[in-house]
Design a protein around this ligand. Structure first.
Ligand SMILES: *Cc1c(COP(=O)(O)O)cnc(C)c1O
Length: 486
């Protein structure tokens, strides 16, 4: 019988193989990193797909070196790099090294956070971090929570708990009130909870894109008049597009008055919890029943790292199910699975732990301040530029704007096509990346700044590219529009 080759298994007998493989991987990654010349290379989806499709998955390569060469060809050579200062598209952060060191341990030891007997100290590291986050929020000793895969899952769980508070009410009578600019995971959660799309009531926002409390009050009153139950109010602390922070204290008063669960979605704004200068902008968050924090956004953690934190642990019940094999009712050991929508679950908390133990919270908060300051300064310098029409002043670290060419004004359809073409041209050039969104139906470009190393000059450079590219594309756009009109 041929021997079963076992050196692939993480085991002390294979320590040399493990060290050599990881060493080779680290060398490869560093070579790759040093060769990065921009946030992207502009590879098209067709080309990216073709390369991957050509791989014969049933025929493994000879060694790790070849595997590494292959992933470079399929992915890394053309990857999007979030540490590049001209990457300014989605809510992705560059990651901090202490968290990367943690990843090595998270994956190698592979503790699973569902029960104590699969994690031991890890269970308590996660619990300490939840307690630490809860204390930063301003919750008391009854607070609890759990790490999740992301803000979407945290929001789903928050709304599941809200549903639990109104367990006796038929689904068709329940309403969730959220601002028109809240995250789409609120709508998706409503679907997953069997509440239907019409259960989410969209509350209008003010000129700064914050929920209008007067409009919320009208919606709550209208619900009551119609015999509907406001199950939850979702306040957003940092909207995805504008970073707007809803007026938390006034919303909390209304949630109490109407006996609605208050969920604060601080997926983006959560980093302000550690900001040495801007913590006060989250005032009122301590009145929430549940809070979403995405550490993989404004705490500079690798994906995934998020948490749902609740004011009162007694409300976590709807996430609990007793399984004979795992967490029977009579179990005496601690477990985290009673609080989680997941069962087997990564020890993502270690990344935040090692980050805090290495950097301390103030330094993380100064990184947050740096990107908020950066957005403010760039806006200040460019707000009067006639070719860059900003939709609003930044609240956190996003800039939302349109390129407006000199000459006769474009109709919206034309402007949308031009701005979209600018975004695509930037990606294709590999020199900068920006995102897109719509503001009241009007197409805009969006720059999300989460890189504490990016400078005003870097971001100005991206805006210069927007202007140059727009200037180059606008005449052809006008011509083709004129031809189409004839
Ligand atoms: C990003 C974001 C989410 C979703 O979080 P994921 O981690 O991407 O699932 C939810 N709410 C807001 C306000 C966000 O910005």
């Amino acid at each position: 019988m041929p021997q079963l080759p076992l050196h692939h298994v993480f085991h002390p007998a294979h320590a040399d193989h493990y060290a050599a493989t990881l060493g080779e991987g680290l060398d490869h990654l560093l070579r790759q990193l040093k060769g990065v010349g921009g946030p992207a290379t502009g590879l098209s989806p067709t080309a990216a797909e073709r390369r991957v499709a050509e791989v014969d998955l049933d025929r493994p390569l000879a060694d790790a070196g070849q595997v590494l060469e292959e992933i470079s060809r399929l992915w890394l050579d053309d990857a999007v790099w979030f540490h590049e200062p001209s990457y300014a598209a989605h809510l992705n952060c560059p990651v901090v090294v202490p968290a990367l060191l943690a990843e090595l341990f998270v994956a190698s030891v592979n503790s699973s956070l569902d029960t104590f007997d699969q994690s031991v100290g890890a269970t308590f590291i996660e619990r300490r971090l939840i307690a630490w986050t809860a204390a930063r929020i301003g919750f008391g000793a009854e607070a609890d929570g759990v790490f999740t895969s992301g803000g979407s899952q945290s929001n789903l769980q928050g709304l599941l708990l809200a549903r639990g508070r109104h367990a006796g009410v038929p689904a068709e009578r329940l309403r969730i009130l959220a601002s028109a600019e809240s995250h789409f995971s609120v709508q998706k959660s409503a679907r997953l909870l069997g509440l239907g799309d019409e259960s989410v009531v969209s509350v209008s926002t003010d000129a700064r894109h914050r929920m209008d409390p007067a409009a919320l009050e009208r919606s709550l009153a209208a619900c009551a008049d119609l015999g509907l139950r406001p199950m939850a109010v979702v306040a957003t602390a940092g909207t995805t597009d504008f970073g707007a922070i809803d007026p938390l204290e006034r919303i909390a008063d209304l949630a109490v008055a109407y006996d609605a669960w208050l969920h604060v979605d601080a997926a983006y704004g959560g980093g302000l919890l550690v900001s040495p200068t801007r913590r006060d902008r989250l005032r009122g968050i301590e009145r929430a029943d549940s809070v979403t924090i995405d550490f993989h956004k404004t705490f500079f953690q690798p994906v995934s790292s998020s948490a749902i934190v609740v004011r009162d642990r007694a409300t976590l019940g709807p996430a609990t199910w007793h399984a004979d094999y795992l967490n029977p009712r009579e179990a005496t050991n601690p477990n985290q699975v009673d609080k989680s929508l997941q069962t087997t679950r990564r020890f993502d908390a270690l990344k935040l732990w090692m980050t805090l133990r290495t950097m301390g919270p103030d330094l993380v908060g100064r990184y947050v301040d740096a990107v908020v300051d950066l957005a403010a300064e760039v806006h200040h310098r460019h707000r009067d530029d006639p070719e860059l029409a900003f939709a609003a002043a930044p609240e956190l670290s996003t800039l939302v704007l349109r390129y407006v060419p000199a000459g006769p004004p474009l109709e919206e359809r034309e402007s949308a096509a031009l701005n979209n073409a600018i975004r695509e041209a930037l990606y294709a050039s590999g020199r900068a990346m920006v995102a897109a969104t719509k503001v009241d139906g009007v197409h805009h470009l969006k720059l999300t700044l989460l890189n504490p190393m990016a400078t005003v000059e870097d971001v100005t450079g991206v805006l210069d590219l927007v202007r140059e590219t727009g200037g180059r594309l606008a005449p052809a756009h006008r011509r083709s529009l004129a031809e189409a009109a004839r």
